[in-house]
Write a protein that binds this ligand. Structure first.
Ligand code: KIV
Length: 264
């Protein structure tokens, strides 16, 4: 069995099939998630909070990301594998190239994800020109939590919404092949998704995008600070396998997120 490729992910968007993505940080959960039919596994720097117990993702290091990516890679065979570039590991294009090279070579990721819009577009261009696929991430960008003043919905005013529209386009133009939109109003996300050619994956971003991602520990209801947009799927069944399958099914049929998990 071979791993899904970026082309397989693009085809899902073109066919109108929703893309199911989940985070994982170790081999056992990654294998279970893959088995449940998840298309993409993200080794997220959310591990700083849900695995390491920090208040934010800022303390996570490149070595941490490589370690967890190696575990997830070992536990999977077919899922498309994305890894987060942690805080300050892409502060300049040169640092970014070094980080991304390590994440691909040592971590064995298929794609790197970084947070930011127009300001990272030079870095995205540089990485993609060198054959490193990039996933952008805008809206609520947890690595900027102190700058943003907390974990809040982004893009509520017209000025901020316009900035996010421009960020999304800049990332696509720079060569990003996927984009994550986090904690944004449903209508704005629908608009951006219709404008872009690349697949858009939402988290707390309504159900108008091409796919969804959730932090695994939120789906299982085991993280004490679960965000309001997340859903505890384990509450509906008594098996972790079934909970993950319910999530994948709900994403594929478009029933998650439903109105109580959507920001207007
Ligand atoms: O770190 C992470 O898990 C993420 C997702 C929440 C999108 O970036």
């Amino acid at each position: 069995m071979s791993r899904k490729t970026l082309n397989n992910i693009r085809k899902l968007k073109n066919k109108g099939e929703k893309i199911a993505c989940l985070t994982a940080y170790d081999a056992s959960f990654a294998g279970l998630i893959e088995e449940a039919g998840t298309d993409i596994i993200l080794v997220g720097d959310s591990l700083g909070m849900v695995i390491q117990g920090h208040d934010s993702t800022l303390p996570v290091t490149v070595d941490n990301m490589i370690y967890h990516c190696q575990l997830v890679e070992k536990g999977t065979q077919t899922a498309f594998l994305i890894v987060d570039m942690p805080f300050m590991s892409y502060a300049t294009p040169d640092i970014a190239l070094n980080t991304a090279t390590r994440l691909m070579q040592e971590g064995q990721a298929q794609m790197v994800k970084l947070e930011g819009g127009i300001w990272v577009s030079d870095t995205v261009k540089m990485l993609t020109e060198r054959g490193i696929p990039v996933c952008g991430h805008i809206g609520l960008t947890p690595q900027s939590v102190h700058q943003l003043g907390g974990y809040h919905v982004q893009g509520r005013t017209e000025v901020r919404a316009e900035k996010l529209r421009q960020d999304a386009l800049a990332l696509q133009t720079a060569g990003a092949s996927l984009i994550v939109l986090e904690c944004m109003p449903d209508e704005l996300v629908r608009e951006i998704t219709q404008t872009l050619d690349i697949p858009v994956i939402g988290i707390g971003a309504g159900n108008g995008c091409d796919g969804q991602v959730l932090v695994l520990y939120d789906l299982l209801g085991i993280f004490p600070k679960m965000p309001s947009f997340a859903k505890n799927f384990l509450a509906e069944t008594n098996s972790i396998q079934e909970a993950v399958k319910l999530y994948v099914q709900a994403v594929k049929e478009g029933s998650f997120p439903s109105s109580e998990h959507i920001f207007k």
